[in-house]
Design a protein. Structure first.
Ligand SMILES: O=C(O)CCC(=O)C(=O)O
Ligand SMILES: [Fe+2]
Length: 367
């Protein structure tokens, strides 16, 4: 395999240097009303698709959101991992404008218009190949500043097939034993774009940047929710820093198993034309389900923005279960505090309940 690809790499010198680390603008979720009243009161239905991840909003056109609603959507995405919409009336330029609201757009070095990535249908055997979008991944996790808010809009979809699966890394961390949680909190994953780069070159592409290898904490703190999340994906994480080869191999195998047996922490989205998935790429991994449909019947456009450099700060972070426990206790002790009660037990005018204490991290959203 190495012999097949080496000559192509040697023959091609990419024009651009790697991106330097930068400080992104403050996460827009910090600007949101924690109750998200403006966004949610407009929705005709708010459906949590699974307990841990994924909410579908109906009756909302993302192209029509006010700036306040866009900020509230960021907070909802950060809390629920991924938010879905159907029947959206939005142009590519409007999609770019929406992305730009959230920060500096991730520029994909392999695309003609690097502001977005064109996603096509996938036709291969998921069991035979684990080097592409069928492998669980966080988009561009090898970047120094990997993407945070990421939006995929499907223009065309097959009648059946071509679904995408999203899994919560917050929940994946939470389901580890306390002993593994502690151990992993000290680890750094090695994220590499080498395979991605080689695939691109071997597919006839001319990526603008050389491959990069970046170390990121294996457990990260979400800057807004302050929840602890695993920061692993099998497509780009090639090793664990400081472990010897066998230790690294078996640790990655464990993580692979942990992720691939997490049906309970996962949502599977069936696309229809003009539907959207908007996810927080910092705390969610996803995979495309390939095969069984005509690839040319599927096309999407993905936009993303650069997030902060992943960090882990134990002094401000909690696991999902710790958060739930604390909110339960605090609620008991400050039940008479009406402001808090509104934030954690709000009801929409139309009667739809939106509290779910574990989904409401309002106390930390305002730091
Ligand atoms: O094709 C898909 O379903 C997912 C593609 C993907 O990985 C992405 O948009 O980041
Ligand atoms: Fe992806």
């Amino acid at each position: 395999m190495a012999l097949d690809i080496t000559p192509a790499v040697l023959a091609y010198v990419p024009p651009d240097p790697p991106l330097e680390q930068f400080e992104p603008a403050r996460d827009r979720a910090f600007f949101a009303d924690p109750t998200k009243a403006s966004l949610l009161s407009q929705a005709s239905s708010i459906e949590a698709l699974t307990p841990y991840i994924g909410t579908e909003l109906k009756g909302v056109q993302v192209s029509q959101l006010t700036d306040a609603q866009k900020d509230e959507l960021a907070l909802l995405v950060a809390e629920r991992g991924v938010v879905f919409f159907r029947d959206q009336d939005i142009t590519l330029e409007q999609q770019h404008a929406l992305a730009a609201h959230y920060g500096k757009q991730d520029r994909d070095p392999s695309q003609q218009d690097p502001r977005h990535v064109t996603i096509l249908g996938h036709d291969f055997n998921i069991r035979a190949k684990d080097r592409n979008v069928a492998a669980y991944h966080g988009d561009h996790s090898f970047e120094v500043n990997p993407p945070s808010y990421t939006l995929l809009r499907m223009l065309r979809t097959p009648e059946t097939g071509g679904d995408t699966i999203f899994t919560s890394q917050v929940a994946l961390f939470d389901k580890l034993s306390p002993t593994f949680q502690k151990a992993f909190e000290g680890f750094f994953g090695i994220h590499s774009s080498e395979k991605y780069y080689l695939n691109s070159i071997n597919g006839g592409g001319k990526p603008r940047r050389a491959p990069i290898i970046t170390e990121h904490p294996l457990v990260r703190t979400h800057p807004v929710t302050h929840l602890k999340s695993l920061n692993y994906n099998p497509l780009f994480v090639t090793g664990v820093k400081g472990l010897n080869d066998r230790e690294s191999f078996h640790t990655l195998n464990f993580l692979y198993d942990h992720l691939h047996s997490a049906d309970d922490l996962t949502v599977r989205w069936k696309w229809t034309p003009d539907s959207i998935a908007f996810w927080d790429n910092r705390v969610v991994v996803h995979r495309a389900v390939p095969g069984g449909y005509e690839p040319s019947s599927r096309e999407g456009k993905r936009t993303a923005i650069f997030g902060e450099r992943p960090f882990f700060d134990p002094s401000i972070s909690e696991s999902w279960s710790e958060r739930k426990e604390r909110l339960k206790k605090e609620k008991l002790s400050i039940e008479s505090n009406s402001e808090y009660a509104v934030k954690t037990n709000g009801h929409l005018e139309n009667g739809t309940r939106l509290d779910e204490p574990e989904l409401n991290f309002s106390k930390l959203n305002v730091v």
